[in-house]
Ligand binder design. Sequence first.
Ligand SMILES: NC(=O)C1=CN([C@@H]2O[C@H](COP(=O)(O)OP(=O)(O)OC[C@H]3O[C@@H](n4cnc5c(N)ncnc54)[C@H](O)[C@@H]3O)[C@@H](O)[C@H]2O)C=CC1
Ligand SMILES: O=C(O)C(=O)COP(=O)(O)O
Length: 387
Amino acid sequence: MLKYTCLNPIAEAGLGLFDDEYEKVDTIEEADAVLVRSAAMHDLELPETLEAIARAGAGVNNIPLEKCADKGIVVFNTPGANANGVKELVLAGMLLASRDIIGGVNWVQTERQNEEIAKLAEKQKKQFAGYEIQGKKLGIIGLGAIGILVANAAVNLGMEVYGYDPYISVDAAWKLSRNIKHINDVNEIYRECDFITIHVPLLESTKNMINQEAINMMKDGVVVLNFARDILVDENAMVMALKTGKVRKYVTDFPNHTTAAEKDCIVIPHLGASTEESEENCAVMAVQELKDYLENGNIRNSVNYPNCDMGDCISVCRVGINHRNTKNMISQFTSIFGNADMNICNMVNKSKGDYAYSLFDLEQPLSAEVLERLKSVDGVLRVRVIK
Ligand SMILES: NC(=O)C1=CN([C@@H]2O[C@H](COP(=O)(O)OP(=O)(O)OC[C@H]3O[C@@H](n4cnc5c(N)ncnc54)[C@H](O)[C@@H]3O)[C@@H](O)[C@H]2O)C=CC1
Ligand SMILES: O=C(O)C(=O)COP(=O)(O)O
């Protein structure tokens, strides 16, 4: 029986895919697999039994990826599964920043007992007037799953869209409307755009990307949207820029003490992916990835190990080895099998950065002795007999 636990609530559409071979347990100490959304995992003790973690979502900055890789724990995410949910909220964010919908709705609430409210509204509404987004320039930093959807939707709303992503994938580039202006220097976005939205992962290299220097380059009255992660932006500098009017509105999906009480910050409580559809899509993809890894040893959408697919496990024996990406690993594995008179009928070896994964189909069952020999190879982090 395989055991999994959930560190956040995960949609039933996904959990329902676990069959009788799986048991839900309450703590990570007992689990072979973990499902998580935004719960912080950096300080958690990771038990030796843990094989895999699936993040039902995109951002993996809440998970210690390197520590997991060192322990042979494969971490998955669900690329694109919540992108539409975020795209729709980004569009809402642009509209909330350009029309004072929040101020207007609040005004109605304060006047709700007033019998003259209809007449009063016509007099008062000018204080909530705004401007339209059609014809405005939108700069998008990061053209991945979310950035592409935002870019294409904004083109359809009549915006002039500038896109910047030095690492854009070929697949992503194919999906992008050809009406989007391809920008090679991010400073052009800072200098030219009326709205700027950031959709990059939180990495050492992206932390504080929108800093004082970037803000200084921006047009007066710009709107900045952050549905990626708060520390991508120097929010102290942002708050100062709001106070001087340099930035008109800062729309963020990540409440904290710096922004929550600021008049011109529109702060949303991390709702980007909180739609029925996104939660279901993420849960289904995450559970499918975990099951394929636990049952067949296949890796799809991992962020710390390479992708690897040998299809369903139909051989007598299948062994997965998580190891360091160093020389002579494969030759040592094949010698161990050969010396034990075992024939390899199929194998795959893939690497990603410092880590690698090898999957072997064998014609004989694996003995405890051969298993121990594989485990003792220098650089091997985990050996798993899948069947
Ligand atoms: N508010 C919310 O609820 C959600 C927030 N997110 C956040 O949004 C981020 C992006 O999500 P996806 O679009 O799904 O990820 P993705 O991985 O599909 O796209 C990220 C893109 O950023 C690009 N990139 C990386 N470094 C860059 C740089 N220095 N400059 C420009 N582009 C750069 C990559 O090439 C990639 O195309 C996630 O990492 C997460 O932090 C994601 C989903 C929900
Ligand atoms: O997928 C992401 O990166 C998100 O930020 C969504 O987070 P959540 O699953 O809503 O806690």
